[in-house]
Design a protein around this ligand. Sequence first.
Ligand code: PNS
Length: 175
Amino acid sequence: MKTKRRAVYPGSFDPVTNGHIDLIHRSAALFDEVVVAILRNTDKTALFTIEERVAMLEQVARKLRNVSVTTFDGLLVDFAEHIGASVIVRGIRAVSDYEYELQMALMNRRLSSKVETVFMMPAETYSYLSSRLVKEISLLGGSVNGLVPPAVERRLIRKFKRVADPAAPIAGRSL
Ligand code: PNS
């Protein structure tokens, strides 16, 4: 009997963008199972909590039967081995991504010979899209329509309400 090929798609997903979603769909068509794994980072620089990021990704993946969402900490290769994933999926948007991704892939290969990294390209429409830019645009009151799912856009607007609407009261400040 053919063994199922499980892939892990790791990242920060702060927040998930349409570029990530494009890659989730592409990898779900390629592998038997795809585990989207959000790094539980101890540094507090993320905009969205881990629970919020899980919720956003679960909503995105709810119609894909072979995609699940989870979190991990520690080494990615240890997590991949632990869940029986033989492939790490990473997206490459432009040449600028390549150097960092190559370094990470080769380091992961050194750490584990059981896990192979596969680079995938999102649709060219998303080649300039990043979570960082999405946050910056939204913070400054710009529209991220078409760059993230509508539910994520709504969450961004809620997060940045204070900045987008200067008249809104700042939490904790007595007026
Ligand atoms: O979306 P990101 O921030 O580019 O994802 C980076 C991620 C989570 C894939 C990377 O930071 C990672 O794998 N971290 C886990 C710790 C680890 O294994 N480090 C060694 C990598 S060579």
